[in-house]
Each structure stands twice: as C-alpha cells, then as structure tokens.
Design a protein around this ligand. Structure first.
Ligand code: X90
Length: 274
C-alpha cells in the first residue's frame, strides 16, 4: 500500500509506510522554489521578502501524482484543501487516469480541507490503521470520520501573501502585522480561511489559540504544530497545552516552503483532534 501527499504536509517520511510526496512550487519571475525537505525556507523567505515583482504558487501536475502512484495496487492520496488549491483536482484527475489504465487498482483521494499539521494527523492515522491490519475500504470510511473531528488553527503575523493571492479578504489584512497584532484563524468545514480573532503579542496569541481549541471541544487529543522559523511559538503552545492536558501527544516541527510562503515568517499552524 502506498501513501502519497502533497508537500504541504511538511513531512518526508511516514514510519512504517511506503510514502512519497509531490511538490508544490513557489515562484517569482526570477526564481522558482520546489517545495520539500531540502528547500532552505529561510533563504526563500528572505528572497521573497525583498522581491518587488510577482510571486505565487502552483499545485502539482496530474503527471506528478501519476509518477508517485507508480504501479501501486492500493494507494491513498492526501491533499491540501481543494477550496484554496488545485492540488485536490490534480490528484483526482490522476486517480481517474490511473484507474483507467489499472482497473484492478484501488486509489482513494482525501481532500484534507486543511494544510500542514491537518495532513499530518490524517497521514499518521492511515499508518496506524494499516499497522492494525485494517482493509482498504475500512480505512477509507474511518479516515473520513476522523477528518471530521479534527480542527486546524493558525497564527499569522502577516497575511500579505494570502491577500495578494486573493485567498483572504483584504479587509482582514488591515492591522495585522502592526503593533504586534497577529491574526488567529481556523479552517472552515469547507476548507476555507475563517478569522477567529486579532491577538496581541505571542502570549495573547497562545492564550486565544488554547481558548478556541477548548471551545471546539479539545480535551487532550493529539496535536501537531508547525512553525515558520519560530520554534519558540510552537514550544509556547505545547507547554500551554500540556500544562492543562498532561497526557497530550504534542509534536512541534518546522514548516516546509508552501506553508511558510503563506503563513509567513514567525507564523504557526496547529492541527488537533477534537
Ligand atoms: O495551489 C496552490 O498554488 C497552493 C495554494 C495554497 C493556498 C493556501 C495555503 C495556506 C497555507 C496559511 C494558513 C492556513 C490556512 C488553512 C485553511 C484551510 C497556510
């Protein structure tokens, strides 16, 4: 069984599974950055922060997913939110083509309606179910149930790149980044961006995040937190979570390029089981 994700999962290995990722691209008129484990995020962000011209991103091609499928008999493809990216569409088109050529194969495409840590939770769950010996169809059913109980939060110091790409309302952008104001947002059930609050300073942001998680039903489940060159904020979130829920399984790590481009320097994205 193969597990495939796009590079917004911020992961290169999925223990116990045959796993591969298909990269998104971050581009400018001058340079192109292929997302993945070996991309130097600090160097990319420094270049983009000083770059005056056009910047943007591109989803993987159908061909990219077909190559990842290889000759798999059973495969899961987990993508970032189809509401904000063409990645899910590419993956579905690749599946259709693959099934035509391999009618006996089973491929299931999951729209995470999320990004980063939201994908990671799904990928870890797939690996866990496979390890337990669940069959393909049962995994399809249970992963959708699991997805519905997870939540995604993100804290951003700047939303210029989201606003420029038309993925967030420009009005929300006002005040963010000024006077230590960050925006706390969440993924809507449809996989779009929904603002939660404007928070002051990292302490305010951490407090507001924990409050929003608890209001959504968080009671000590698994948490995955990425950060954009700001390990201190993910550690602050982790310590706030474990001080209230000492048995919570919380993991902090660095975001790859796609999430870093949109969440911007010092941002974080948190996925949790609710
Ligand atoms: O197809 C493409 O070019 C990629 C477009 C991605 C656009 C959104 C990425 C957002 C990344 C920002 C905060 C998290 C929002 C999650 C909402 C579901 C990070």
């Amino acid at each position: 069984m193969k597990i495939i994700a796009d590079s917004s999962c911020d992961m290169a290995v999925l223990p116990g599974m045959e796993f591969s990722t298909v990269p998104l691209i971050i581009s400018t008129d001058e340079r192109e950055f292929v997302d993945g484990e070996s991309l130097n995020v600090d160097e990319m962000l420094t270049f983009i922060e000083h770059y005056k011209g056009r910047t943007g991103t591109a989803c993987p091609s159908i061909q990219g997913f077909l190559e990842a499928l290889g000759d798999a008999k059973e495969a899961f493809i987990v993508t970032m939110t189809g509401a904000l990216s063409g990645t899910y569409g590419s993956a579905c088109a690749a599946k259709d083509q693959y099934i035509q050529e391999h009618p006996e194969a089973k491929v299931y495409v999951i729209d995470s309606r999320s990004t980063g840590p939201g994908l990671r939770l799904l990928l870890e769950k797939l690996a866990e179910m496979h390890e337990k010996g669940l069959v393909f169809e049962e995994m399809c059913r249970r992963i959708e149930e699991y997805k519905a109980t997870n939540r995604l939060y993100f804290g951003l110091k700047s939303i210029d790149n989201l606003a420029k790409s038309g993925r967030i309302n420009k009005l929300i952008a006002s005040a963010v980044g000024l006077l230590g104001i960050s925006i706390l947002g969440t993924a809507s059930p449809e996989g779009t961006i929904e603002p939660v609050s404007k928070s002051r300073g990292d302490r305010g942001l951490v407090k507001d995040t924990i409050k929003a998680m608890k209001a959504a039903g968080y009671r000590g489940g698994k948490v995955r937190i990425n950060n954009v060159l700001n390990p201190a904020i993910s550690e602050a979130l982790r310590s706030a979570i474990v001080s209230e829920f000492p048995n919570a399984d919380v993991l902090c790590y660095q975001a790859y390029g796609l999430n870093s481009f949109y969440a911007e320097r010092n941002g974080f994205i948190l996925g949790c089981e609710c």
